[in-house]
Structure formats: C-alpha cells, structure tokens
Design a protein around this ligand. Structure first.
Ligand code: DC
Length: 221
C-alpha cells in the first residue's frame, strides 16, 4: 500500500505521517530529507548549489537508504546536519533542478519497492506516486502555520519574520517548473488550521481504513 501526502511547509505533514506510519504499520518516507541530503553533501564538498552538473554527480553518487526508520547518507544518519541553517537556505534551490528531482524520485520509488509506505512532500501525490492507494493534501492558513512555527521556536524569531519566510517557501514550492506543489484532484483535502494533530491523524487513518475496506486489503499488502 502507498499513502502519499503533500502540502505546503509548516502544515505538520511530517508529524502526521510519522504518527500514521506507527499506527498503521507503514514505512515513513520524508522526501524533503532526500533533497536535504543532496544539498548537505554538495555543501560539504564545496560544490555550488547553482552548479547543476556537479549537483547531479553528487546526487547520483550518494547511497541513500532508510535504516531503522532513519535516512542514512552513505551509511551514516545525518539528522542534525540535514536540518542545519545552511541546508535550510540552499535546499529549495537544489530541489528546483529537474534532473536532481529525477534522481531523488528514483531513490524514493526504489525504497518504496513492494513495501507499505507513507511518503510525504510536495509532489508525492502528483509525480512520484501518482497511483498511490490513498492521497492526502494537508493544508493550513499562512497565519496558523506561522503561529505554530513561532510556538515551536519558543519566540526565538519574530512572528512576522516567520510568516514572511513561510510565504517565500510557498512561492518557491508553487512556482517550480517541475514537481511544484499542487492539489491532486484525487486527494483528500484536509485544512488543519483549526484541527489538532490527533484529529488530522484520525482523518488520514480513516481514509486508509476506508480504502482497505473497499479493496479488501488488510493493510499489509
Ligand atoms: O519538507 P522539507 O522542508 O524538509 O523540504 C525541503 C525542501 O525540499 C523544500 O525546499 C521543499 C523541497 N521539496 C520538494 O521540492 N519536493 C518534495 N517532494 C519534498 C521537498
């Protein structure tokens, strides 16, 4: 079974997908992590994020796997490095190269293989897994996303700055030439602005159950 989840930054996709993965016995795939891995490795090797050819070589040379539920880069988990400020600042640029997207997509499809997975990102429902069994589009207003992020950061960064950063990321995500964020007509649209994490997870789990009920699947295909 493949559950695909898309949506803009700050809607809680990762937390929802992780919780649903645990509850439904699915492998959790965070596609943004793969773009972060290519970005981190390029920066680590002193490669410019504007050099598409060199980025492609990095993307092709990396061994990207999920081990014990965590993304490993050449065998090493790099969770902290992948979330660094430098990677944050450069990853949107790296993810805008169509050939890098093709490399990441083939990693995602290879790992998904014949496993039961929940994959989240920006183009899981539309490009990477267009035949997914369950498709979700998780949305929330700019205001509620900014407030959530502000609370997460315990007021470290002013609310208005966070709001502007999220608006900029939205713009980049929507206007990419390939793999841009859009609402797939087959996706269940969930606006989480006024919902709790548990309520959103319940809605996704119900969509999975309803799919399994219709197809007669047990959840472990
Ligand atoms: O979800 P995230 O912040 O970890 O994503 C990191 C970057 O990768 C962000 O700029 C959006 C981009 N991305 C993408 O272009 N396509 C995806 N499927 C997932 C993430």
């Amino acid at each position: 079974m493949i559950v695909a989840v898309d949506g803009p930054a700050g809607t809680g996709k990762s937390s929802v997908a992780k919780n649903v993965a645990a509850a439904a016995g699915l492998l959790y795939l965070n596609s943004g992590g793969f773009y972060r891995a290519v970005t981190w490795a390029a920066l680590d090797r002193g490669i410019s994020v504007n050099d598409g050819g060199a980025l492609l070589e990095v993307g092709r040379s990396l061994k990207l796997e999920i081990t014990d539920g965590r993304l490993t880069v050449d065998g090493i988990p790099r969770q902290k490095e992948l979330r660094s400020q430098n990677v944050d600042a450069a990853v949107a640029r790296v993810s805008s190269f169509p050939r890098i997207r093709a490399v990441v997509n083939s990693h995602l499809r290879r790992i998904a293989g014949s496993m039961d997975i929940i994959a989240e990102g920006r183009d899981m429902t539309t490009v990477v897994f267009p035949d997914a069994d369950v498709k979700i589009y998780l949305d929330a207003s700019l205001d509620s996303r900014a407030h959530r992020r502000f609370a997460e950061l315990c007021g470290e960064i002013p609310l208005e700055t966070i709001r502007q950063q999220i608006a900029q990321r939205d713009e980049i995500d929507r206007t990419k030439t390939v793999g841009n964020l859009k609402l797939d007509p087959e996706a269940l649209y969930i606006d989480s602005s006024h919902l709790t994490m548990d309520q959103v997870c319940d809605m996704v789990l119900r969509a999975i159950l309803s799919h399994n009920h219709t197809t007669g699947e047990t959840g472990q295909s």
